[in-house]
Ligand binder design. Structure first.
Ligand SMILES: NC(=O)c1ccc[n+]([C@@H]2O[C@H](COP(=O)([O-])OP(=O)(O)OC[C@H]3O[C@@H](n4cnc5c(N)ncnc54)[C@H](OP(=O)(O)O)[C@@H]3O)[C@@H](O)[C@H]2O)c1
Length: 308
């Protein structure tokens, strides 16, 4: 039997590289790149022309993937606020181009969305709750969902918030916590901003399983715990044997962030869990896996991945 091929757009990003690590033993992974290329063991990389759906269609024909995972995004929330046209292009127009090409070729597609779509006025948002983003990042990601769904109704659109190991060009939220705490630097975390984070690997495996089960449309895939950023930092410090005394509390209202942020981004994942027939992992269990990944070399491998 031939190994199925997955094309991951945004191939130099945090999620794409962790996605590749999770599935590369069972999938032929092609990392679709933009400004830079990247070398990662047991994967290949190809520069994609995502600005032009026709050119991208030709590339899809040549690559013949069985699955396209669209992770491209302008993820800097404050930059999206300052450069709304670029945010709209990177987050929404490109997603529509990818959906168009995937739909024409009838290639399964996973589109990665966000939990940044709501005002944060309650907890555990469900898939059918009205989307009401309060910043440009959220607005452009919401537009992407609308366009992907209308262009390719069979695409799976995953709303999420993940943590993972970063690389030399970009550290993740969990890297930032670990690196600072290991250096003995104190950190300030919001104790009034809530989310339901999932380890990237859990997100990857659940997303593949959902596609295998024929799921499509919008589905929340996040962790099973709702906790504040401050509480997450405490759990991480405990798992990694780092000093919790360095972790200070702060409130969102006191911050100087330029783009508005929702105070509650928690996602209700019961729909995904029903289809999967299992609970999604707790933060405590997932942090153990993150720790094990470091011991097994994931962190080092990603830090040493060569970008050109
Ligand atoms: N990080 C999180 O916690 C989080 C939470 C919820 C949802 N998400 C979503 O998850 C996805 C992946 O996030 P991430 O953190 O892995 O992102 P990331 O590390 O910032 O990587 C983004 C990728 O998108 C590419 N890209 C950006 N603009 C592009 C453009 N105009 N054309 C083509 N490629 C472009 C970048 O390539 P270049 O650098 O070469 O331009 C990079 O490979 C995004 O869709 C994001 O919205 C992330």
């Amino acid at each position: 039997m031939t190994t199925p091929r997955v094309l991951i757009t945004g191939g130099t990003g945090l999620l794409a590289l962790n996605w590749a690590c999770t599935v590369r033993d069972t999938w032929d992974v092609v990392l679709g790149t933009h400004q830079h290329s990247v070398q990662l063991r047991k994967t290949s990389a190809v520069k994609l022309d995502l600005d032009d759906p026709v050119q991208f269609g030709h590339q899809i024909d040549a690559l013949a993937p069985d699955l396209v995972v669209h992770t491209v995004g302008l993820t800097d929330v404050d930059r999206c606020e300052k450069e709304p046209d670029l945010a709209r292009h990177s987050n929404a127009e490109i997603a529509r181009n990818v959906a168009q090409a995937a739909a024409e070729k009838r290639i399964r597609m996973i589109h990665i969305s966000t939990d940044h779509l709501y005002p944060g006025d309650h907890s555990y948002y469900q898939e059918h709750d009205a989307v009401q983003p309060i910043n440009e990042y959220g607005r452009t990601k919401a537009l992407a969902e609308t366009w992907v769904q209308s262009t390719y109704p069979e695409a799976l659109i995953v709303r999420t918030n993940f943590y993972c190991w970063g690389h030399s060009k970009r550290q993740s939220f969990s890297d930032w916590l670990i690196n600072n705490l290991r250096e003995g630097r104190s950190l300030t975390l919001f104790d009034d901003v809530y989310f339901t984070p999932i380890l990237a690997d859990g997100l990857v495996l659940a997303s593949h399983e959902l596609v295998d089960k024929g799921a499509c449309g919008v589905i929340n895939v996040a962790g099973s715990d709702r906790l504040s950023k401050y509480e997450f930092a405490l759990l991480l410090a405990e798992e990694f044997g780092l000093s919790a005394d360095l972790i200070r509390r702060a409130q969102l209202a006191q911050s100087k962030l330029s783009a508005p942020r929702p105070k509650d981004m928690s996602l209700d994942c019961r729909r995904a869990e029903k289809i999967l027939g299992r609970r999604l992992a707790t933060v405590a269990d997932s942090l153990k896996i993150l720790r094990r990944q470091e011991v097994e070399g994931r962190r080092q491998e990603l830090l040493e991945a060569k970008f050109s």
